[in-house]
Design a protein around this ligand. Structure first.
Ligand code: ADP
Ligand code: AMP
Length: 215
């Protein structure tokens, strides 16, 4: 099954992705995670992407499309499909990905749209903590680690994303409305979108996602 998961910054895409990957044996491809890995490794791609990411802006389409194409072509194991998290995020990306994937085993089967009022996102973003080693996602109130600042899964230190500030969130929300909302309309016209109420406790959101993937 080939899945796209969409939603504003902090809607819970990464949290649901971890659960989907565990249950459905799909390749999790998060463009945000790939960019952060490129930044950590100090690559030329990472250095270029960083200038946009630090400001909350989207990385230009040519860079992002080429990166995703390359990533997909080099997947060591196709597994039972993919879960694309954070891509496509502009209409141009959606069209480029459509041209690449349609009429093939890569075609999108379902789009999970995580819906939540923008007003709820500042609390999610400001409380988010991540494990640098294994990527596990926590929230200081909604989903805290057992020991503050330490990952339950692997024992490594947790960190806060540099772009998880209220200022950056404002820019990311504007980018979402201007650039990503049209992507949802694009897939809506194809009849692929399943709407999920993401403004519920994690387990309730998960139950809705499982229900949507069953239909
Ligand atoms: P995204 O990948 O969409 O940016 P994340 O999955 O990283 O979002 O979630 C953002 C923050 O909100 C994290 O700190 C996460 O633990 C928390 N979170 C995710 N889903 C929920 C939920 N249903 N209720 C409360 N907090 C949540
Ligand atoms: P995320 O981890 O999904 O919140 O993404 C973090 C940042 O990476 C975004 O604010 C963008 O700057 C960049 N990014 C991630 N995915 C994309 C994409 N598909 N297109 C452009 N920029 C992206």
């Amino acid at each position: 099954m080939n899945i796209l998961i969409m939603g504003g910054p902090g809607a819970g895409k990464g949290t649901m992705s971890a659960k989907i990957v565990e249950q459905y044996n799909v390749n999790h491809i998060s463009t945000g995670d790939i960019f952060r890995e490129e930044i950590s490794s100090g690559s030329a791609l990472g250095q270029e992407a960083k200038t946009y990411i630090d400001q909350g802006l989207l990385v230009p389409d040519e860079i992002t499309n080429a990166m995703v194409k390359d990533y997909l072509e080099h997947l060591p194991d196709l597994k039972s499909g993919y879960l694309l998290d954070g891509y496509p995020r502009t209409l141009d990306q959606a069209k480029a990905f459509d041209a690449l994937s349609k009429d093939s085993a890569m075609a999108v089967d379902v789009v999970i749209a995580m819906e939540i009022p923008f007003a709820a996102l500042a609390e999610r973003i400001s409380g988010r903590r991540l494990c640098k080693s294994c990527g596990a996602i926590y929230h200081i109130h909604a989903n805290p680690s057992k020991q503050e600042g330490v990952c339950d899964v692997c024992g490594s230190a947790l960190y806060q994303r540099k772009d998880d500030t209220v200022e950056s969130l404002q820019v990311r929300l504007q980018e979402y409305t201007r650039q990503t909302q049209p992507v949802l309309d694009f897939y809506e016209a194809k009849g692929l979108v399943k709407h999920i109420n993401a403004d519920q406790p994690i387990e309730a959101v998960w139950a809705s996602v499982v229900g949507a993937l069953k239909d």
